[in-house]
Write a protein that binds this ligand. Structure first.
Ligand code: SAH
Ligand code: SF4
Length: 369
């Protein structure tokens, strides 16, 4: 695991760190601003920052800080220019992927929380590669900073739907989100941050208990125990029944809507009968279903449902009173779609050298001065 960095520290932890070095806690603010408003990338430069109080500069000079600034190993842009996929190399050489999507000039970053994933969902490329390691909080934060730098600022939404299972790396993810949402720095609104989970029930209950403010998405894919277990092996550990009961608890306690993700696989889970069972399963939970036509991966030979089946599925859900959206496919040409992230450098897709910035999708968006 790479060395801990300043980006691992929440504001409170940074204050504590400074206090234990005999510095005033108020010195945390200028340092925080340099990290999260100015997006400083060079540790030694902090010791020379003229805006810092001299004791802070001195301390930084004596204790050169480590920052999480992953190297951009590769960047690919989809043909429509709306999706960019970054292959990032972490401090220990491990690679991960981060995706930046632009819709109507609004940008969403999709970040990874682990290298690989231990959950083994059969249709997911990250699951097919297996688990490598958890990311530290700073390595999650660094992906958001990378997206901000690529955009020149203006990131609106964050989804934890990249590589890995966020609730399997709970503490690091919660620390990262606290840092990302801190209004003294990056300041992303909690309501614009979504955690997606395969259904790690203890993690969902902990979100409720700790009153965590983030949106929750739960990946279901199956409406009976058998159907789900065939796609999502972790169902053997936390059954569909216990998962739905945790969702009821979440819904009751938070009064927030839960997003349910459903990968539509032709002939497998896309019939009106599946939709009817799903509608019945979600009764009493404030829900919105996101239907994701299956994206191709090397290790799974299912195919995506056609538009007709997706529309029929939606109509059936609507009759059951459950709103839904069919997720538009984005970035498939550069393998940046849901479940396609493997952090490898394929050789058969358009390649833009890292130094060549993409045309900004919306030139009118505010950019960093
Ligand atoms: N581990 C978390 C978040 C990362 S996966 C989770 O499973 O929710 C993000 C989303 O991509 C999940 O809803 C997942 O089910 C979906 N997904 C995985 N593989 C896919 C594929 N091949 N096609 C479409 N969606 C896929
Ligand atoms: Fe892991 Fe999510 Fe992929 Fe399942 S779908 S293997 S939980 S990343």
């Amino acid at each position: 695991m790479a060395r801990p960095s300043l980006h691992d520290l929440t504001f409170r932890a940074l204050e504590d760190e400074l206090a234990s070095a005999g510095l005033p806690r108020v010195h945390a603010l200028p340092l925080w601003r340099a990290l999260y408003r100015e997006w400083e990338t060079i540790g030694p430069a902090l010791a020379k920052n003229a805006a810092f109080p001299p004791p802070l500069r001195r301390w930084l000079g004596e204790h050169p800080p480590v920052l999480d600034v992953p190297m951009e190993h590769d960047m690919r842009a989809s043909a429509d220019g709306q999706t960019q996929k970054f292959l990032l190399r972490l401090g220990d050489g491990q690679t991960i992927e981060t995706v930046l999507m632009g819709y109507d000039g609004r940008h969403t970053a999709c970040v990874s929380t682990q290298a690989g994933c231990a959950m083994g969902c059969v249709f997911c490329a990250t699951g097919q590669m297996g688990f490598v390691r958890h990311l530290r909080a700073g390595e999650i934060v660094a992906q958001v900073l990378h997206a901000q730098r690529a955009l020149g600022g203006g990131l609106r939404n964050l989804v934890l739907m990249g590589m890995g299972e966020p609730l399997h790396n709970y503490d690091a993810v919660m620390a990262a989100l606290e840092i990302i949402a801190d209004s003294r720095g990056l300041g992303l609104a909690p309501g614009r941050i979504t955690i997606s989970t395969v259904g790690v029930v203890p993690g969902i209950l902990r979100l409720v208990e700790e009153k965590q403010p983030w949106n929750l998405a739960v990946s279901l894919h199956g409406s009976t125990e058998e159907e789900r277990a065939a796609l999502v092996p972790v169902s053997a550990r936390w059954s569909l029944r216990t998962l739905i009961s945790a969702c009821h608890e979440y819904s009751r306690q938070t009064e927030r809507k839960i997003f349910f993700e459903w990968t539509l696989i032709a002939g497998r889970n896309d019939s009106p009968a599946h939709a009817e069972r799903l509608g019945a399963l979600l009764r009493g939970i404030r829900s919105h279903v996101n239907l994701i036509p299956l994206n191709p991966t090397a290790g799974y030979d299912g195919t995506e449902s056609g538009a007709g089946a997706a529309a029929e599925f939606q109509r059936t859900l609507r009759r059951a009173g459950v709103p839904s959206t069919v997720r538009q496919r984005r970035g498939i040409d550069v393998a940046a779609g849901c479940g396609q992230l493997t952090a490898q450098r394929p050789s058969c897709v358009p390649f833009f050298p890292p130094s060549q910035p993409l045309p900004h999708p919306d030139p009118h968006l505010p950019r960093k001065a």
